[in-house]
Design a protein around this ligand. Structure first.
Ligand SMILES: *Cc1c(COP(=O)(O)O)cnc(C)c1O
Length: 361
């Protein structure tokens, strides 16, 4: 046995499973397993990315001021309280590193995103799983799970993989009633898909115990570049900046993100397409006897009668070249999470589910 051992908690981490992207022996697959934008990024983002090829020998900005200014103008937030990271994953990791350690508790919900637990364990803290109510965040359950050791409370709103969300009033009630040493982290990875929703920015502005994270990976279609951002009280952002590497984001990532956030027409088009085909797909699946909760994000959580049925349907979809996401690891064994693709992909997955349920040939 080696005497070289990691910090406690690290060996309890189960490796994050990404969405599959290919099926052996099947070509023309449609990947609906990672909540990616089927239309990709804006042309303006691609153009800005290409231009950075001429300056690859230059170090990037350390303070990300151009990107923070763009975010501030488009989202109406204070640029001084924005921090940019290598995906929102990095911001979530900074938050855990800064605020949670051995003896501390980190709350996440029953069907919450896997990285919250990983972030807690990576820093020796104790993850605490709180029940949801019928796949919806339960504020009262979270408040009753809080102790004097609670340091962080993670909520994705809308949540992944359920697609459900809670309203501003409920979120404000949660923030107002947390113990004073606890920070509420609002993960807004899917906020862009909700018309008129600020992701919790106003709540951040009104309090000193709420931080919001956002990403360019979902609606902005830049998952491959790894860019996210956080918005919080000055005292939190100052702490996170101390542990952020000075050159954490490449010039290519910064330039593409800036062009992307400024391309408001593209964002609106993507949101509208998602809303339209999400409703269509939910109805089509329901017509085949596969219900889902009303989703506020760019995926649907399809519910089957049993774990066996969900897994058999997944196998059938694979044989038809359609890749979706199993979510048994999120305590949802009888569900499959299906990303909203373009029209052709939605029709293809609906047809294949119909075949499996015996409604179509
Ligand atoms: C996809 C996703 C993220 C985003 O991760 P990035 O690191 O920004 O790509 C964060 N939170 C949730 C809940 C997600 O589903």
């Amino acid at each position: 046995m080696s005497k070289i051992t990691p910090q406690s908690g690290i060996l309890d981490i189960a490796l994050y499973q990404g969405g599959a992207s290919h099926i052996d022996g099947v070509s023309n697959v449609v990947k609906l397993s990672s909540n990616e934008n089927p239309f990709g990024p804006s042309e303006k983002a691609k153009e800005a990315f290409r231009k950075t090829a001429f300056d690859l020998h230059r170090y990037p900005s350390t303070d990300h001021s151009a990107l923070r200014t763009a975010i501030s103008e488009v989202h109406g937030v204070d640029a001084d309280r924005v921090i940019c990271g290598v995906g929102s994953d990095e911001i979530l990791a900074f938050i855990c590193q800064a605020y949670a350690g051995p003896g501390d508790e980190v709350i996440h919900t029953e069907h919450g995103f896997a990285l919250y637990r990983i972030g807690a364990l990576a820093n020796g803290a104790t993850p605490v799983e709180v029940p949801e109510r019928e796949r919806v965040t339960d504020v009262d359950a979270i408040l009753s799970a809080c102790t004097e050791r609670t340091r962080l409370v993670f909520i994705a709103n809308p949540n992944n993989p359920t697609g459900t969300m809670i309203g501003d009033g409920e979120m404000a009630r949660l923030a107002a009633n947390l113990p004073e040493q606890a920070l509420l982290v609002l993960d807004g990875a899917y906020a862009e898909y909700v018309e008129g929703y600020d992701g919790g920015a106003a709540l951040v502005d009104g309090r000193d115990n709420v931080v919001m994270t956002r990403t360019f990976s979902k609606m902005y279609g830049l998952g491959g570049l790894r860019i996210g951002w956080g918005y919080g009280p000055q005292h939190v952002i100052d702490v996170l900046n101390r542990i952020r590497g000075p050159f954490n984001l490449s010039q290519a990532a910064l330039a593409a993100a800036e062009a992307s956030v400024r391309d408001i027409d593209w964002a609106e088009k993507c949101r509208a397409e998602n809303t339209r085909w999400r409703a269509w797909l939910a109805e089509a699946l329901c017509g085949h006897g596969v219900p889902s909760d009303t989703s506020c994000a760019n995926f649907i959580l399809a519910r089957f009668g049993s774990q066996d049925e969900a897994e058999e349907c997944d196998e059938h979809l694979k044989s038809e070249g359609v890749i979706v996401r199993r979510v048994a690891g999120y305590n949802l064994p009888n569900c499959l999470r299906i990303t909203i693709g373009d029209e052709a992909s939605c029709r293809r997955v609906a047809h294949a589910v119909g075949q499996f349920m015996g409604d179509e040939t």
